[in-house]
Design a protein around this ligand. Structure first.
Ligand code: THU
Length: 142
């Protein structure tokens, strides 16, 4: 699992920090509620305060109400730290293991709290590493 190039000015995490965050995401996927897709996702966010919060996907019979792992983790972080919460990094992992880049909705929510945050996720070559604002160029801002 070798990290690929970070982009622009995003502050890079030490390899150990990145691996710890990915391990937290992998642990979190065991809590997923995914009876409809069978696709279990875990996410972990590292905040600027240095705290880690996790989340998993929570599906619903009405499908559209499903909450992704990344947004669950971010909501947990805001609930714990309040409105000043800012993201330093986000990690995502899935089971079955397959490429799992954050969906568009999650990219928009990550952008809200950390345009310069590093985002780690599975791709075909291993772990991809991309800055949030590069994952969603021209994201919506008020
Ligand atoms: N899912 C996530 O948790 N994060 C993403 O970024 C993409 C998709 C979940 C939602 C749903 O429960 C399952 O993956 C299949 O789409």
């Amino acid at each position: 699992m070798s990290p690929r190039k970070a982009s622009k000015t995003g502050s890079r995490l030490a390899r150990e920090q990145r691996d710890l965050l990915l391990a937290s995401a992998k642990n979190a996927l065991h809590h997923a509620y995914a009876p409809y897709s069978g696709f279990h996702v875990g996410a972990a966010v590292l905040t600027e305060k240095g705290e880690t919060y996790t989340g998993c996907n929570v599906e619903n019979a009405s499908y559209g109400l499903t909450n992704c792992a990344e947004r669950t983790a971010i909501c947990n972080a805001v609930a714990a730290e309040g409105a000043c919460m800012r993201l330093r990094a986000v990690a995502v992992w899935s089971r079955p293991e397959r490429p799992c880049a954050p969906c568009g909705a999650c990219r928009q929510v990550i952008l809200e709290f950390g345009p310069e945050a590093m985002v780690f996720y599975q791709d075909r070559k291993g772990v991809a590493e991309t800055q949030a604002q590069d994952l969603l160029p021209a994201g919506f801002r008020l």
